[in-house]
Design a protein around this ligand. Structure first.
Ligand code: NAP
Length: 309
């Protein structure tokens, strides 16, 4: 299937890019391997997206963005792309199964995924108490104690969310100050079910069939203790979802894609938008802005290509 622009990823950046391309009457296709909406779908509430002064469910905002893009004629196909290569006309994208997709300009909006610490028990007990998504798994921990690892916006926000279900939430952070924005911190400090374990890191998850405890170690004095919890939620940052694009784009030292201020990547015809980019602030608001710019830049790129004979 050919489209002038193919957008990889259907999160806020990809859907916005699709909408802008479609409104410019450029044949465009968004390829998504899961549910459109990206990380919005794993977020309980969004309360910092302009225009929604009352918090909106992440899933609802995702559905609204998808409907908005479709209204302007954006096609969304479900495909897991395993290979992206350059062709004389542009790019070819090979899915895990089925026919390839081709395009003249490519917008990469594949986002980022939770970092895994790789401590003992983390992989073995994934899905059996170890989780990376409180919105997905939180309700399984009603009246049980859980731990949240990390001190950023995600960890602290999701710890507050988990306090709805869980009897106690242990926040384990490697420093003595949270990274999360102050407004989120204030909510967390006001929540009596939260206990903060400062200057501590998890070193093992214990349990045979299910999680029974997390062992934490003080980074100050090396002392260790087991916290008896049924769930451990990891929020220790994000890794870029680069996959098959590794050879096509230049990245920073953490693997996030480097663009110029037009969202153009190192390969002509490739643009990037959203959390996959090397950038200072990863938010829905900034992803949407990236998406709009990427689509416009792709439009200018296509207009300047020699017309095919
Ligand atoms: P993040 O901001 O990178 O925070 C990761 C947290 O994990 C930090 O507190 C970090 O500690 C800790 N950490 C990292 N590596 C660790 C390790 N090896 N062992 C123990 N702890 C470790 O990641 P995030 O919270 O997932 O957020 C990602 C992006 O999404 C950010 O830009 C964030 O602002 C954004 N976001 C925004 C919202 C919102 O606006 N409502 C919600 C969620 C996410 P240090 O603090 O010591 O580095």
């Amino acid at each position: 299937m050919f489209r002038d622009i193919v957008i990889l990823g259907g999160g806020p950046a990809g859907l916005t890019a699709g909408m802008y391309a479609a409104r410019a009457r450029i044949p465009v296709l968004v390829l998504e391997k899961g549910m459109p909406g990206g990380q919005m779908t794993a977020t309980e509430w969004v309360d910092n997206y302009p225009g929604f002064s009352e918090p909106i469910y992440g899933v609802d905002l995702a559905q609204k963005m998808e409907a908005h893009a479709r209204k302007f004629g954006v096609d969304i196909a479900y495909a897991d792309i395993v290979q992206v290569s350059r062709t004389p006309e542009g790019f070819s994208l090979t899915p895990e199964s089925g026919d390839s997709f081709t395009c003249r300009a490519l917008i990469v909006a594949t986002g980022a995924s939770p970092v895994k610490l790789g401590i003992p028990g983390e992989m073995a007990l994934a899905g059996r108490g170890v989780s990376y998504c409180a919105v997905c798994d939180g309700p399984f921990f009603r009246d049980l104690e859980v731990a949240v690892i990390g001190g950023g916006d995600s960890a602290v926000e999701e710890a507050v969310y988990l306090s709805r279900f869980s009897s106690a939430v242990h926040v384990i952070h490697r420093r003595d100050q949270l990274r999360a924005v102050k407004e989120i911190q204030e909510k967390a400090f006001a929540e009596p079910k939260l206990t903060f374990h400062w200057n501590s890191v998890p070193i093992a998850i214990k349990g045979e069939k299910e999680v029974t405890a997390v062992t934490i170690r003080s980074v100050k004095d090396g002392s260790e203790q087991d916290l008896p919890v049924a769930g451990v939620f990891f929020y220790v940052g994000l890794n870029p979802n680069l996959g098959s694009l590794r050879d096509l784009v230049q990245t920073d030292e953490r693997g996030f894609v480097i663009t110029d201020d037009r969202m153009a990547c190192s390969t002509p015809g490739v643009f990037a938008a959203g959390d996959i980019r090397s950038k200072i602030l990863r938010q829905i608001a900034t992803a949407v802005g990236d998406g709009a710019i990427a689509a416009y830049s792709a439009q200018l790129y296509l207009e300047n290509l020699p017309s095919p004979r």
